[in-house]
Design a protein around this ligand. Structure first.
Ligand SMILES: [Zn+2]
Length: 305
């Protein structure tokens, strides 16, 4: 399907809500309308309710039902624009900026839209990492003093990370918030993101990774005396962590640990598709269409580490 790559393309292609709805219908029913109840393919459009009504069983299907756009008070065009900004801006977009750009009534509306989009990005399980992988963890929110790993971390969020190390640039990345940098947290994280039949995991000498070898992981711990050498031993994951921190600081001026998971989803999604930036709008929109509806109260009630 055709997707916009410039602001002018966007304005031309999505000039109003009807154009956005037609686009969603084309994504959802690429071969024409199919009734989810009776598989009928004939439908009429009920303009007043913006629904397709099946000609056979009279089921009324909404293209936005079961998506992040479900029951939204915000126009589809504004949603599309939010996705366009998020996808096209290399650094993403903050809720404050989105509120201004779209003229949204409240910060909360902008914030909720962006978090719904982020949650849709992490909606499907990602494939497992293969080849040479670097795994490590990092602390967000405040300075980290050397040698205090696993201690003094109460006020910081801990992010576990694994990235495929490749010849010239990194491959795919996986990140997760963990409550502690312990064996009980880091072990399952690493085993959960790698394909153990086709992966070699390189870590530093941190004892929480010691057991990986006994659990069937091809593990290469690297003991280094000097913590400043960590970046040399594990350059790819350190590079990822450094980008993550810059991104969180620069675009969002820091984020609440409670919602950090969803920012990690956006970061990971973006990182894994960084060579396909032109198509990102389409990818994100497709996820938005598949993403389950989430209310503001659900979003804020979720405690994610
Ligand atoms: Zn039907």
């Amino acid at each position: 399907m055709e997707f916009p790559s410039t602001m002018l393309d966007f304005m031309h292609q999505f000039s109003d809500d009807d154009a956005c709805r037609a686009y969603l219908e084309k994504m959802r029913w690429p071969n024409g309308f199919t009734c989810s109840r009776c598989q009928g393919t004939n439908a009429s459009y009920v303009a007043s309710r913006r629904l397709r009504q099946c000609a056979t069983c009279r089921y009324q299907a909404s293209v936005t039902a079961g998506t992040i756009f479900h029951a939204t008070q915000t126009s589809l065009q504004k949603w599309f624009l939010a996705i366009f900004f998020l996808a096209r801006h290399k650094q993403g977009i903050s809720a404050l900026q989105l509120q201004r750009d779209l003229g949204l009534g409240s910060y909360q509306t902008a914030w909720t839209m962006l978090h719904k989009i982020r949650s849709a990005l992490g909606h499907r399980p990602a494939f497992r990492l293969t080849g040479l992988i670097e795994a490590d963890e990092t602390y967000l929110g405040g300075a980290v003093s050397g040698g205090l790993r696993g201690r003094g971390a109460a006020h910081k969020a801990i992010v576990a990370g694994a990235v495929e190390r490749r010849e010239r640039a990194a491959g795919s990345v996986r990140l997760a918030v963990v409550p502690r940098a312990s064996k009980a947290e880091l072990g399952p994280f690493v085993r959960g993101v790698i394909d153990a039949n086709d992966a070699t995991v390189r870590t530093d000498g941190w004892s929480a990774y010691d057991h990986l070898g006994e659990e069937g992981v091809d593990h290469e711990p690297t003991i280094q005396g000097d913590p400043t050498r960590a970046a040399k031993v594990l350059p790819s994951i350190h590079n990822v962590f450094s980008h993550l921190k810059t991104w969180l600081r620069g675009t969002f001026h820091g984020v609440s640990p409670k919602h950090l998971d969803r920012y990690l989803q956006e970061f990971t999604y973006r990182f894994d598709r960084r060579r396909r930036e032109d198509e990102l709008f389409f990818f994100v929109l497709r996820r938005a269409l598949q993403g389950a509806p989430l209310s503001y109260s659900r979003l804020t009630a979720e405690v994610t580490g």
